[in-house]
Ligand binder design. Structure first.
Ligand SMILES: Cc1ncc(COP(=O)(O)O)c(C=O)c1O
Length: 426
């Protein structure tokens, strides 16, 4: 489903999610508004645990905080046996402030600063995913015992948008597979402060072709076997990153969580048999597939501009400031009118944002019922990389995030005010 699993049309013809009327939500909390359905989040979390239990492999689930993070969400992760991947000092700070167990944090980033690494070590972060040589040397100098994973770039394509493809040789992330990676594995093994736990690989995001994940594991295991031969060190843990795609459009056909996990597990088992290497633990870092379909965005319709024979522009009270993905990589979405959820689609319109850029278009050519001023427009599948990429372009305050569960709503992140907008101005 594109919409959260609890979605339905209620007796008023309005879209209801998690037992809450979204038109009422829009009236109570104002728009634009991000809405997260807790049941959908818990459902994906449960799917991951169930799928891994079936494989009988020792596993660890690490949520990728870049998809969406706040203190309240850290609590949900903690309650559901998830670790956390952070990729900046700010994400790390959020987790620490939420009381998240630092031992269960994985620190990422292709350009971690000495300050960020220093904080991570001071706060007792359990795992650093080392991306490059400079970082390895900074860690050696910090003179504190630290456990690391080495990020390997396997040199394969993930068949996704080029901006979110990270596994190709031409990538800013990680150590290239082969002699470069081997050199730094040796350096890590020689450092008295560093405990090398395993390798990490992340080939990209919004991936539909599960065989790309298999290919990455194959290359990683071949490399691990050659490392063993040359150094006598055997890889213990494999962190296979995130990347499972989700359904943004009804026609999208991503793999299910079960199929994805089974593909990873089968390949790990096959390769460890081939190379006679026991893998102690498999870790993955899903983000989008946990939160993406759990979220929707609500907007109020303002101007409707009809250009006869050309198109109709429907402008809403948000745009590229709360959802950058359409502008960033041509991402496509589906929408419905929350207060006309029982009505048939009548014509195609273009949903435009309110920002001073012609490219600020949320959805080009979407079929909707007759749309008018003050209608509440709902864009589906905005839970991941929506709020986390939100910005203040045109000094637009960022919307609130509300979580709904069993007929109740709670604010996870409050709406920014105009006072917030000027709070840093000196
Ligand atoms: C290192 C790493 N791990 C995990 C993820 C999460 O990916 P996704 O949200 O596609 O599951 C990302 C995002 O690109 C990433 O860079």
């Amino acid at each position: 489903m594109v919409l959260p699993i609890t979605s339905k049309v209620n007796s008023k013809g309005n879209l209801e999610i998690g037992g809450v009327d979204t038109v009422k939500l829009a009236a109570n909390y104002k728009t634009p508004l991000y809405v997260i359905d807790k049941a959908t989040v818990l459902n994906s979390i449960e799917d991951y645990h169930r799928a891994f239990k079936k494989t009988r492999l020792d596993y660890e689930l690490i949520y990728a905080g870049k998809a969406f993070l706040c203190k309240g969400f850290c609590k949900i992760l903690k309650q559901n046996d998830f670790s956390l991947d952070v990729s900046s000092g700010g994400e790390l700070y959020t987790a620490i402030k939420a009381g998240f167990n630092p031992r269960r944090i994985y620190m990422h980033g292709n350009n971690k600063t000495l300050d960020e690494l220093g904080l991570a070590l001071r706060w007792g972060v359990g795992n650093i995913v080392v991306d490059n040589r400079a970082e390895l040397r900074m860690l050696s100098k910090l003179r504190k015992k630290v456990s690391i994973f080495i990020r390997i770039t396997p040199g394969i394509s993930a068949y996704t948008h080029k901006y979110i493809e990270t596994g190709k040789e031409d990538s800013k992330f990680g150590f290239a597979l082969g002699s470069e990676a081997l050199k730094y594995v040796k350096e890590a093994l020689a450092s008295p402060n560093i405990n090398l736990k395993g390798f990490h690989v992340h080939i990209g995001s919004q991936i539909f072709t599960v065989k790309s994940f298999s290919r990455a594991i194959e290359k990683l295991m071949k490399f691990s076997a050659s490392v063993y031969k040359k150094t006598g060190w055997q890889v213990g843990e494999l962190n296979l990153g995130g990347g499972l795609g989700i359904k943004y459009l009804s026609k999208d056909k991503p793999a299910s969580i079960e199929e994805y996990v089974k593909t990873l597990a089968d390949q790990v088992k096959k390769q460890s048999k081939l190379y006679k290497m026991k893998i102690n633990k498999v870790l993955i870092e899903p983000g989008r597939s946990i939160i993406g379909n759990a979220g929707v965005s609500l907007y109020t319709v303002g101007t409707v501009k009809k250009i006869p024979g050309v198109r109709t522009y429907v402008s809403v009270d948000g745009g590229m400031s709360d959802n950058l993905r359409p502008m960033l990589y041509g991402a496509r979405y589906e929408a419905l009118i929350a207060n006309k959820a029982d009505q048939k689609n009548r014509k195609r319109v273009t949903i435009a944002g309110k920002h001073c850029e012609s490219g600020d278009v949320l959805i080009k050519d979407v079929a909707l019922p007759n749309i008018e001023e003050k209608d509440i427009l709902c864009i589906a599948a905005t839970g991941a990389y929506g709020y986390s990429m939100a910005n203040n372009y045109n000094r637009q305050p960022r919307p609130a995030v509300v979580i709904i569960n069993k007929g109740r709503s709670n604010v996870l992140i409050r709406r920014e005010t105009y006072q917030d907008i000027v709070r840093l101005d000196i």
